[in-house]
Ligand binder design. Structure first.
Ligand code: ZN
Ligand code: ZN
Length: 184
């Protein structure tokens, strides 16, 4: 997958002090999660978590590796993937699946919960939030006596720029434009 420049979307960021607190809190929570699962918060895992929590965009594992290398931290790709998986399981990160072997990750502490629109043309991810949708999710869960821990909604399609390209038009004609999927 070629790396393309992704436009940043910082609408749901919190102030710097709150972010520092959230990094500290994330490390405490991660440490707790790991010890509950007989795992250790190794220096490598700590470095990965700290760097990950400094990046405020949707990032691929390889991009995170690049950031870590630039910061002088050398960890294997396998360790990064494994640690990101553990962060997802610990409820500290979200995975946005874009298909087989292609995922973005984002941390969640210190950020408001939000949904994603994913452009199939340029991989752009647009964040959005709608209180009405959140209410709908909670109402439906309540009706099923279901206690929601987290949710995510991904809408796949084409952004404004890509909608203009012929590729998008072809896909729209084939009816592939409105894939809705719920990730984890
Ligand atoms: Zn696009
Ligand atoms: Zn997001």
């Amino acid at each position: 997958m070629a790396t393309r420049a992704k436009p940043k979307d910082d609408r749901y960021r919190l102030p710097a002090a709150a972010e520092r607190r959230s990094r500290k809190l994330a490390e405490e929570r991660f440490g707790r999660y790991l010890s509950e699962h007989d795992l250790k918060l190794t220096p490598e895992r700590r470095e990965i978590l700290q760097e990950f929590y400094r990046i405020h965009e949707h990032i691929e594992a390889d991009e995170l590796m690049f950031h870590l290398r630039r910061a002088g931290v050398r960890v294997s790709r396998a360790t990064i993937y494994r640690t990101l998986d553990l962060l997802v399981q610990a409820g500290l990160a979200r995975r946005i699946s874009l298909g087989k072997d292609h995922s973005y990750y984002e941390h969640i502490l210190g950020r408001e919960a939000h949904e994603h629109m994913v452009c199939l043309g340029c991989d752009r991810i647009i964040e959005w939030l709608d209180a009405e949708l959140t209410r709908l999710v909670f109402r439906n869960c309540a009706e099923q006596s279901f206690s929601p821990a987290r949710h995510s909604l991904q809408v796949f399609g084409y952004c404004q720029d890509c909608s203009k390209t012929s590729e998008a038009h072809k896909a729209l004609e084939l009816g592939e434009d409105a894939n809705l999927s719920s990730g984890d």
